[in-house]
Design a binder for this molecule. Structure first.
Ligand code: PMP
Ligand code: GLU
Length: 388
C-alpha cells in the first residue's frame, strides 16, 4: 500500500524520545527530560499581544501563499540589519517552521542521483529529507577533536560531480559548534567554481555564547549567490508551536518554485502567526531574547562543569545553541542501549547520538530549569558509576 518513498522515512528520534518522556511522566513516573529541542520559556508578551490583536481584528482569512508583504518585509529588514544580507521580497518565503522550509527546498532542488553533503553529527531531519527527495546523503564525520566542525580538506574530499548541495548548520544542533567568519570563508573558497548550493540553517543564530555569529551568505558575492538562508523564530523567541520559518535565496526562481509547491500543499502559514512574527523579527523582542540567552549560558556553564567531573564522560563547552553532545565512549559504544537504560533505570531522558549520525554520544538539551539540570546530571552520574 505504501510508496517506496514514504518507506525511506524514519520518524524524528528527537520528537519520539520527547513524546516517550511525556508519556512516562503522565503515567506518574518522575522523569527528568533533556530531550526537547525547545526553549522552556514562554513566548514574549509583545508577540502574544500581536497575535491577540490579529484575532480581534479578524485577521483570520487566507493570505498570500508566501506570506503577507509586511511580514516578508520584516524578514528582509531583519536579514539586512542583522546579517548584512540584501534580499528583495521575491527572494523570501515564509513557511510552517524551518523544517518546512527545508522540506520544500529539498523537494525543489534534489532528485535521484544528487548528493547532499551533511556534516555529522547532524540534525536528524536532514538525511531524511534528502532521501525523501530521492537524493543521497553524504556524511562528513567530525568529532570532539575538531570541535565538531568540518575542515576545507574534508569538504574537498567529499565533493564529486554529483554533489548538489552542502548543508551547514551554525550554531549546530546537536553539538553547539559555531563556524567563525574565517572558517566560513575557507569553506566558501572550496566551493568557488562549482554549482554547489549551500543550505545555511541559522536557527540558533541568537544563541551564541562565544564569538560572533556570521551568516554564510554574507561572506562573499559567490557565497551569497549559492546560499539559501534558512531561519525561523522557534528557538530565538520560543515560538516552536506557532510554526514560523523562512528561507531566502538570491535566485528568486528557486523561491518561486517552492511557492508553487506550497500553493498546492499547505497554502499560507497561519495568518495569526504571521502577524505575531513581525515583532519577533523587528527588534521588539530583543530584551526577551537577551534574557533567554543569558539564562542558557548560565545553564551551559553549570552543566558542562558537572559532566566533566563525571568519571568516564566528557563534553566540549558549546559556543552556541542549547545542547551538549556528551561523549560516553569510555562507558559505552551503544548510545541507544545507554539512553534506553538511563530512561528505564534512572528516569532521565536524553537522545542517543546514533540518531544524529555519531555513535558514542548522547545529546543533552539544557533548555530546562537549573534545578532539573543539577538533579538530572546527579542521576546520570550515579547511573554511569554502576553502568555495566
Ligand atoms: N533546524 C535546526 C537545526 C533545528 O534544530 C530545528 C529545530 N527543530 C529546525 C531547523 C526546525 O525548527 P522549526 O521547524 O520549529 O522552525
Ligand atoms: N529540532 C528540535 C530537536 O532537535 C525539535 C524536534 C525536531 O523537530 O526534530 O529536538
Amino acid at each position: 500500500m505504501l510508496t517506496k518513498r514514504i518507506n525511506t522515512l524514519s520518524e524524528s528520534i528527537t520528537i519520539a524520545v520527547t513524546a516517550l518522556a511525556q508519556e512516562l511522566k503522565a503515567q506518574g513516573k518522575d522523569i527528568i527530560s533533556f530531550s526537547a529541542g525547545e526553549p522552556d520559556f514562554g513566548t514574549p508578551q509583545v508577540i502574544k499581544d500581536a497575535a491577540i490583536k490579529a484575532i480581534n481584528d479578524n485577521f483570520t482569512k487566507y493570505t498570500a501563499v508566501d506570506g503577507i508583504p509586511a511580514l516578508k518585509q520584516a524578514v528582509c529588514d531583519k536579514l539586512k540589519r542583522e546579517n548584512g544580507l540584501d534580499y528583495a521580497l521575491n527572494q523570501v518565503i515564509v513557511n510552517n517552521g524551518a523544517k518546512h522550509s527545508l522540506f520544500n527546498l529539498m523537494q525543489a532542488t534534489i532528485e535521484e542521483g544528487d548528493e547532499v553533503i551533511i556534516p555529522a553529527p547532524f540534525w536528524v531531519t536532514y538525511p531524511e529529507l534528502v532521501l525523501y527527495s530521492g537524493g543521497t546523503p553524504v556524511e562528513i564525520m567530525t568529532d570532539d577533536a575538531s570541535g565538531f566542525k568540518i575542515t576545507p580538506e574534508q569538504l574537498t574530499a567529499a565533493i564529486t560531480p554529483k554533489t548538489k548541495m552542502l548543508i551547514l548548520t551554525t550554531p549546530s544542533n546537536p553539538t553547539g559548534a559555531v563556524y567563525s567568519k574565517d572558517e566560513l570563508i575557507a569553506i566558501g573558497k572550496v566551493l568557488e567554481g562549482t554549482d554547489i548550493l549551500v543550505a545555511s540553517d541559522e536557527m540558533y543564530e541568537k544563541l551564541v555564547y562565544v564569538g560572533e555569529f556570521t551568516s554564510a551568505a554574507s561572506i562573499s558575492d559567490d557565497m551569497f549567490k549559492r546560499t539559501i538562508t534558512i531561519n525561523g523564530l522557534s528557538k530565538s523567541v520560543a515560538m516552536t508551536g506557532w510554526r514560523f520559518g523562512y528561507m531566502a535565496a538570491a535566485d528568486s526562481k528557486l523561491i518561486q518554485a517552492t511557492k508553487k509547491l506550497q500553493s498546492q500543499s499547505t497554502s499560507n502559514i497561519n495568518s495569526i502567526t504571521q502577524m505575531a512574527a513581525i515583532p519577533g523579527l523587528d527588534g521588539s523582542a530583543d530584551a526577551d531574547i537577551e534574557m533567554m540567552r543569558i539564562a542558557f549560558k548560565q545553564r551551559r556553564d553549570v552543566a558542562v562543569k558537572m559532566f566533566n567531573e563525571i568519571d568516564g564522560l566528557s563534553v566540549l563547552s558549546p559556543d552556541g545553541a542549547f545542547y551538549l553532545f556528551v561523549n560516553i565512549k569510555e562507558v559505552s559504544n551503544d548510545s541507544l542501549e545507554f539512553c534506553k537504560r538511563l530512561l528505564e533505570e534512572s528516569e532521565v531522558a536524553v537522545v542517543p547520538g546514533v540518531g544524529f549520525g555519531s555513535e558514542g554520544y548522547f545529546r543533552f538539551s539544557f533548555a530546562t530549569s537549573m534545578e532539573n539540570i543539577e538533579k538530572g546530571i546527579k542521576r546520570i552520574e550515579a547511573f554511569v558509576k554502576n553502568y555495566k
